[in-house]
Ligand binder design. Structure first.
Ligand code: NAD
Length: 499
């Protein structure tokens, strides 16, 4: 059995805790490797080494650090296919989608090449007589990131890129379900010139997460994952005096107005609802057509499109639309939620529970599932399903549709499809959700903007990537400096009154 360890002080090392987790091949259901789960002692030792390595890295001039990121970009592009294959093999997503996962992370590393500019402080000349005032952005020391299974390249890159290029050492605790790609990225960073010990990739579960939260050397923690864990990490990290940002789960609504182009909306819904088997925090899981005619027409357009979806393993070719769920536990949970939807009275238009693929009978596949007439009180509406399940919730008016999205506890992303600029503008202005699409179903901001949800989808202040990331991973020092004038007047040989 293949064993996956940690990346510590520039080397792949085996775990010493004696604890492991299974890593599955989601397409076949087989265990393909086991990953070491670090103990508190292993984490603490790695953090202490990182703190030592950070001193020289933090003192390296920002342009030299940026050059490491430039080379990292080249190496990721060089190894793009290798990274995407390893990603698909553990996560299960299709090969083109795995490349997208790497690409969206790579774009943040490209942004980090601008670190020297982003780290510049502010300066006020002559703030008083002989007084200048200036602010510096300095690294925090050691920062940590705890990341989810669903983007095993993108989210680690979102975290490590800004933290490292700002001069910090970084501890990455990736998801134990697909741990290989983060280790490959660490090796590429070493090849790009990152000094050993500055990035430590420590695999683990709750024990290593708690070790991060309780370690006094770690100054900041960035988390992405489910909301209950986000809340836990936010409160424990803050209680220990750390800077913490946590991004949680989602329930993303897409409103379809009667004036929308329904073919465009149906295409968008199928991609955003079923892509990556719905295992995206920006997936659209609720369609809200406004008016009965819109709803009926939309369902009529969705069904044939969904029937055509090709579900399969990533090895079956680039025309596969989506793959299996990540684990058997996820499969059981999603099937259970579909059953609850039926029991609570939703109309099951398409049922993916009995999906079977010859040769992959034990894979974690769920066929595309569509519900109509979903209501607020149903579990399939209240919970994040994180599977290929799209719910249609009918609204009589724009205001009713808006209220569904506004009242839901999650606030990650949302979208509206309309031809009316006035409605679109009103929606963008009033909605209490962090990322908004107008005729765009998955409005993931680009690297130079910031990414973050509201309500139970985001805890803390600053967003991920973009300029916010550099604010999160640095602290401001403000210097007031006075140099009295007249010091060049030379020696005085007579007594002068002091002034
Ligand atoms: P998860 O919460 O199960 O795990 C995330 C991380 O937390 C992993 O590294 C895991 O090892 C760790 N963890 C799990 N249980 C823990 C515990 N009890 N104590 C301490 N640490 C623990 O999430 P997941 O299943 O890997 O990822 C899917 C979730 O992530 C979904 O809810 C999705 O919406 C969310 N997500 C959010 C965003 C965003 O930016 N808002 C992006 C991607 C994914």
């Amino acid at each position: 059995m293949k064993e996956i360890g940690h990346w510590i002080n520039g080397k792949l090392v085996a775990g010493t805790s004696g604890r492991f987790a299974d890593v599955f091949n989601p397409a076949t259901g087989e265990v393909q490797a086991r990953v070491a789960l670090a103990s508190t002692a292993e984490m603490d030792a790695a953090v202490a080494d990182a703190a030592r390595a950070q001193i020289a890295w933090g003192a390296t001039n920002p342009q030299r650090r940026a050059r490491v990121m430039m080379e990292f970009v080249r190496l990721i592009n060089r190894d793009m296919d290798k990274l995407a294959e390893a990603l698909s093999a553990e996560h299960g997503k299709t090969f083109p989608d795995a490349k997208g996962d790497v690409q969206r992370g790579l774009e943040v590393i490209e942004f980090c090449i601008g670190a020297p500019h982003l780290l510049k402080g502010e300066f006020t000349d002559a703030a008083g007589p002989g007084i200048d005032m200036y602010s510096l952005r300095q690294p925090l020391g050691v920062a940590a990131g705890i990341t989810p299974f669903n983007f095993p390249a993108m989210i680690p890159l979102w975290k490590m890129g800004p933290a490292l290029s700002a001069g910090n050492a970084f501890i990455l605790k990736p998801s134990e379900r697909d741990p290989s790609v983060p280790l490959m990225l660490a090796a590429l960073l070493q090849e790009a010139g990152l000094p050993d010990g500055v990035l430590q990739v420590i695999n683990g579960d709750k024990e290593s997460v708690d070790a991060i939260l309780d370690n006094p050397t770690i100054q900041a923690v960035g988390f992405v994952g489910s909301t209950p864990i986000a809340e836990y990490i936010y409160s424990r990290g803050c209680a220990n005096g750390k800077r913490v940002q946590c991004f949680g789960g989602a329930k993303n609504h897409m409103i379809i107005m009667p004036d929308a182009d329904l073919d465009q909306a149906a295409d968008a819904l199928v991609g955003a609802g079923y892509g990556a088997a719905g295992e995206r925090c920006m997936a659209i899981s609720v369609a809200v057509p406004v008016g009965k005619a819109t709803a009926d027409a939309l369902i009529e357009k969705l069904v044939p499109r969904i029937e055509k979806l090709k579900v399969g393993p990533w090895t079956a070719g680039n025309d596969v639309d989506y793959g299996p769920l990540v684990t058997g536990a996820a499969l059981e949970r999603v099937k259970g939620l579909i059953t609850s939807g039926v029991e609570q009275g939703a109309t099951l238009v398409m049922d993916g529970r009995n999906f079977q693929l010859q040769g992959y009978e034990n894979g974690f596949f769920v066929g595309p599932t569509l519900f109509d007439n979903v209501t607020r009180d149903m579990e399939i509406y209240k919970q994040e399903i994180f599977g290929p399940v799209l719910s249609c919730m009918r609204a009589d008016s724009y205001e009713e549709a808006l209220s569904y999205a506004m009242d839901h506890e999650y606030g990650n992303g949302t979208a509206i499809f309309t031809r009316d600029g006035d409605t679109a503008r009103d929606f963008a202005h009033r909605i209490n959700i962090g990322m908004v699409g107008i005729n765009v179903p998955i409005p993931v901001p680009l690297a130079y903007h910031t990414f973050g949800g509201w309500k139970k989808s985001g805890f803390g202040d600053l967003n991920q990537h973009g300029p916010d990331a550099f604010r999160f991973y640095t602290r401001t020092k403000t210097v007031t400096s006075r140099w009295p004038s007249g010091i060049k007047e030379g020696s005085a040989f007579n007594f002068k009154p002091m002034d």
